[in-house]
Design a protein around this ligand. Structure first.
Ligand code: AHR
Length: 510
């Protein structure tokens, strides 16, 4: 009898073990750093139809607008709770002269966008239009200044124009242009990609320039001092980080790096026409950002063990071939479940590094690269939300939450974990848990040990698709959208979830 009981118990135990494809443990006893909301930052460059036709259509447009800002786009972005928006570039920043974008719009000079298709722009979207948009969205502006083709004086005066409240020449010019109070811009980038389109510099030369420029960038508001961000490395170029950290003055509060999920810069590949192998290689490649962050952190730790200088991933995301039939150089690309997966995995990785990583800006917010929103290029006034938009929306509870490290045991494919997960204690006191099943053809049952955290209920949202290459377009805007997830339950402190193939689930555990 005893023998039978033992056999039955062993059988039950083995059934339980095989019932789960993955196990996760929340390490609630050793919480990590706060996840700065700026990790959920966005980027808006004068590139293609990001600004003109995306964010801005002008007051006289037949497309519904609020003082020139496209209404549908504005409302969708407001819903996303964007914490910070980077502008005007990118490469465009080092070609931009801010004085061309102030004063009466009809008197502003036109310019050629040299980096992006040679498109002519009328400068109707400038400093006022950008900073007022940030106020309307309730987000911090992050301005990238021109080091490559600008001057110290030009940059210093731009800051005076935006931030001086007193009787100074630039503040008076701003007032003349209709804005009485300073905007108090906090995040200011001293150049962009100084190693490339921002001036083709060596790190030694850029570091010296940074020292020079930063000397003249004044703080006009002691309550909200400038947070200067130095232009940093291309991907894993840690030499750049090393030279800057070693030789810079103490003026930089942040140092950036850029990483795009691109396998071959000469052949990006189609955004929508790809096979399973290409999907899995993208999932593997996007995880490289983890190694890159660690590498930069190691260098920074050497010079700054107290983490006084933040690391900022101020450009990241996928970069595919431009959509057939769109303007060359405008980087207009579609967005599928593959992009959504890259977004979720990258955000999970960022959460693990928030001790040092204080900001990330996905490229870009509308109509460019891995965007949140696509607007119809034919000017019909149609707009769609991309799968990546939905990921950012689902992950909102992570903004300002405290990261909870997770230990994951799961199946690997080509040595890459097939489950991505991150967890955090939200400001409401609940737990946010994000889970992605990257397998295209297999559901996975995940068991999550909450390590004694009190849990009485769970609500969840899921993003998935019939096919990994599905996307939303103007005729079919709702092919991919979020739905309520009913596959999670809690029993005796253990949370289980059955993740559909190729799905992203965000749960709130109360
Ligand atoms: O986001 C597109 C471009 O990529 C940016 O302008 C530049 O900084 C980067 O090379």
């Amino acid at each position: 009898m005893r023998k039978h009981l033992l056999t039955l118990t062993m059988l039950a135990a083995s059934l339980m073990a095989t019932a789960q494809d993955a196990t996760i443990k929340l390490n609630t006893a050793t919480p990590g750093a706060k996840i700065n909301k700026e990790i959920y930052g966005q980027f808006a460059e004068h590139l293609g139809s990001c600004i003109y036709g995306g964010l801005w259509v002008g007051k006289d447009s037949p497309i519904p607008n609020i003082d020139g800002y496209r209404k549908d786009v504005f409302e969708a972005l407001k819903e996303l709770q964007i914490p910070v928006l980077r502008w005007p570039g990118g490469c465009f920043a080092d070609d931009y002269h801010w004085r061309d974008g102030i004063g009466p719009q009809e008197q502003r000079p036109s310019m050629r966008n040299n980096n992006w298709g040679g498109t002519m722009e009328d400068n109707s979207f400038g400093t006022h239009e950008f900073l007022n948009l940030c106020e309307m969205l309730g987000c911090e502006p992050y301005i990238s200044g021109n080091v490559g083709s600008g001057t110290v004086e030009e940059m210093a005066k731009w800051i005076e124009y935006m931030n001086s409240e007193s009787d100074t020449p630039m503040a008076n010019l701003r007032k003349k242009n209709g804005r009485e109070h300073a905007w108090n811009v906090k995040y200011f980038g001293v150049g962009n990609e100084a190693w490339g389109c921002g001036g083709s510099m060596r790190p030694e030369y850029y570091t010296d320039l940074f020292r020079q420029y930063s000397t003249y960038l004044r703080n006009y508001n002691p309550e909200k001092p400038l947070f200067l961000i130095a232009a940093g490395a291309n991907a894993d170029n840690t030499r750049w980080t090393d030279v800057f950290m070693k030789n810079s003055n103490k003026a930089a509060k942040g140092l950036s790096f850029h990483f795009y999920t691109v396998k071959d810069w000469n052949n990006h590949g189609s955004a929508t026409n790809f096979d399973a192998n290409s999907y899995y290689s993208t999932i593997k490649l996007c995880r490289k950002i983890d190694t890159i962050i660690k590498a930069h952190c190691n260098v920074m730790d050497k010079y700054d063990p107290e983490c006084k200088v933040a690391l900022m991933a101020d450009e990241w995301g996928t970069w595919w071939d431009e959509e057939p039939g769109t303007i060359k150089g405008h980087l207009y690309q579609q967005n599928t479940m593959r992009d959504a997966m890259v977004a979720a995995i990258s955000l999970d990785i960022f959460h693990q590094h928030t001790q040092r990583l204080k900001m990330a800006n996905i490229a870009q917010v509308v109509n460019v690269l891995q965007s949140m929103i696509l607007t119809d290029q034919k000017g019909t006034g149609h707009m769609v939300l991309t799968p990546t938009y939905y990921v950012f929306k689902m992950y909102k509870p992570f903004q300002e939450a405290q990261n909870i490290p997770v230990s994951i045991t799961c199946e690997k494919r080509d040595s890459v974990p097939t489950i991505s997960c991150s967890a955090a204690k939200t400001q409401k006191g609940t737990y946010a848990i994000a889970l992605s099943n990257t397998l295209l053809d297999k559901k996975q049952e995940v068991s999550i040990d909450l390590s004694g955290a009190k849990a009485t209920g769970v609500t969840a949202t899921v993003l998935t698709a019939k096919n990994v290459a599905d996307y939303n377009d103007f005729e079919h805007p709702d092919v991919i959208k979020t739905a309520e997830f009913k596959g999670a339950k809690i029993k005796r402190g253990i949370l289980t979830a059955t993740l559909p193939p190729m799905s992203i689930v965000v749960m709130e555990v109360k």
